[in-house]
Design a protein around this ligand. Structure first.
Ligand SMILES: Nc1ncnc2c1ncn2[C@@H]1O[C@H](COP(=O)(O)OP(=O)(O)OP(=O)(O)O)[C@@H](O)[C@H]1O
Ligand SMILES: [Mg+2]
Length: 267
């Protein structure tokens, strides 16, 4: 099992969009025996909405990892999706309770990691959508992960936001020394804007090859329209630019995670 978090503390950079579309893109290229789990670690439930429907109507969710309500068995929180070989641990507003009661939860920051250890033989790939903050849930995600991918919109504060994220990754590494950076993905990119062009240059100067210039996700109206009707681009518009871009990004992630897995098996 290989675990990838999609994370940046800044809001609205496309984390949930990338998690959903990347996971579905990946589900289309893995072999039929492999399985993917996506985890919504954001109480906004945007990923849940896109994969399952109204988060408020779902009652077996990620909050159970923290035993705050303790109504369900942990295995009950995994839900099937309409996609082959792709399951989800959803979230809704109830997740915020874990942050309110953190001091009363034993090992609060390793709850997701502890859970994933229990299901390690059930899934090959786990993709975690993080909230726009650096609190309990992002830390849970990073402590559970082999890789973290940082989506960034090349606008004002982008460089600062990524630098802060790098600091957070350092902190997470003190709990999880296997955590590696999968790269910085330019997201909602529109090179017609001068600010996007100049910020891409600055990001490149600061982060070098960590900036995945070959795997960007451009601004794309069909992608947004698809999300509005609870769909991924793969179900919505095969001719959209973002369709190809998500295929590319999924190939990149597949190669990265599989190479890692094979190296482990070989050693
Ligand atoms: N490539 C894109 N082109 C056009 N619109 C996009 C693109 N990516 C995301 N969006 C839209 O931008 C908004 C924010 O995207 P999204 O919810 O994925 O960001 P986020 O980083 O998960 O936000 P939050 O930090 O609040 O969780 C959504 O309305 C989404 O549909
Ligand atoms: Mg989100």
């Amino acid at each position: 099992m290989k675990v990838l978090s999609i994370s940046l503390q800044k809001g609205g950079v496309g984390k949930s969009t990338i998690t959903a579309n990347l996971a579905v893109g990946l589900s289309r290229i893995i072999n039929s025996r492999e399985r993917i789990l996506v985890v919504d670690m954001d109480h906004q439930g945007n990923l849940t909405y896109q994969m399952l429907g109204n988060p408020a109507e779902i009652d077996k969710t990620a909050i159970e990892l923290f035993n705050v309500e303790g109504k369900y068995k942990k295995t009950d929180i995994v839900h099937n999706t309409r996609f082959k070989n792709l399951e989800i641990i959803p979230s809704n507003l109830s997740l915020s309770k874990a942050e309110l009661y953190t001091s009363q939860i034993i090992n609060a920051h390793t709850r997701l990691n502890d859970y994933l250890h229990q299901v390690v033989f059930m899934y090959d790939y786990v993709i975690i959508d993080c909230p726009p903050s650096l609190g309990l849930f992002t830390l849970n995600a990073l402590i559970s992960s082999d890789y973290v991918m940082i989506p960034v919109v090349p606008e004002k504060y982008a460089v600062m936001a990524v630098s802060q994220m790098m600091e957070t990754i350092k902190i997470a590494r003190s709990f999880n020394d296997k955590l590696q950076l999968a790269g910085i993905v330019p997201s909602i990119l529109d090179m017609r804007y001068r600010i996007h062009r100049s910020t891409m240059d600055t990001l490149k100067a600061n982060f070098g090859n960590l900036l995945l210039t070959d795997y960007y996700i451009g601004t794309n109206a069909p992608l947004k329209d698809a999300a509005n009707v609870k769909k991924t681009i793969f179900e919505y518009e095969t001719r959209a630019a973002s369709y190809k871009q998500f295929q590319n990004l999924a190939q990149y992630v597949y190669r990265l995670l599989r190479a890692d897995e094979n190296a482990e098996k070989g050693s």
